[in-house]
Design a protein around this ligand. Structure first.
Ligand code: ZN
Length: 243
């Protein structure tokens, strides 16, 4: 776990192979995404590094229902019952009714590439094959504002998954983009704003639609689901990702 301060009260945390975000307001925290199942210790440690306890978390926002973003939430809920929220069209996946995640075979069939093979071992150890269900998750309509630390606003950006949602943090100009827009990934050499490798996406052809939705947001700092913080106009990041 590696914690990066983005702004006074906003932190991007690098987990085993994905990121989560902590937003602070006084004694209260909002958590956005939560890494793989084995990231639970790192999650607790990241909260402790801010001088907080997991009981300070007032709500958990989900960008999308993939195991690298919701993996540690059940272990968190077992210790601290807190509401979870996701875009309304992501709920069938969180309820286990539908799946929009790359299969083990999708990964194994690409393991002839050394980067993929190494990453596949890492994520298998992190609990990538665990099936996570969060049926109590509350549905967010597009554009809803939440009464949580950081005043997050949900922005639907379907593409990577049907209910993929980004979160704008109040008036900070910070947007948490999940996997609609990333800035690096263990299995690709390229860094900078980009789309996730196509085989992870439920509907690769719709990935650009996700970018179109993001393009309507006014932001100048990107906190992605994979890769480092990116600072600059969101429109520039989106242009780079389209290339
Ligand atoms: Zn991801």
């Amino acid at each position: 776990m590696k914690l990066h301060q983005v702004m006074t009260n906003v932190f991007l945390v690098e987990g085993i192979a994905s990121n989560w975000v902590l937003v602070r307001d006084g004694r209260d925290l909002t958590l956005i995404d939560a890494g793989y199942p084995k990231d639970i210790d790192g999650l607790v440690a990241s909260v402790a590094q801010l001088g907080h306890r997991i009981e300070d978390i007032r709500g958990v926002l989900i960008t999308h229902a993939h195991v690298d973003h919701i993996g540690a939430i059940p272990a968190l809920l077992a210790r601290h019952a807190v509401p979870t929220y996701a875009g309304e069209h992501e709920l069938p996946m969180l309820e286990g009714e539908r799946h929009e995640q790359a299969t083990t075979w999708d990964v194994i069939s690409r393991c002839w590439r050394p980067r993929v093979a190494k990453w596949a071992v890492t994520i298998a150890r992190a609990g990538a094959r665990t099936s996570i269900q969060l049926p109590e998750t509350r549905a967010l309509q597009a554009d809803s504002r939440l009464d949580l630390p950081g005043a997050p606003r949900a922005a639907a950006c379907p593409g990577h998954t049907s209910g993929h949602t980004a979160y704008l943090l109040g008036e900070t100009g910070i947007v948490v983009t999940g996997d609609a827009l990333i800035t690096g990934h263990s299995i690709v050499a390229r860094t900078g704003p980009q789309l996730v490798p196509a085989f992870f996406s439920h509907a690769p052809a719709q990935m650009n639609a996700g970018l179109d939705a993001l393009a309507r947001l006014d932001a100048d700092t990107v906190l992605p689901g994979h890769g480092p913080v990116w600072r600059g106009p969101l429109t520039t990041a989106i242009e780079q990702a389209r290339n």
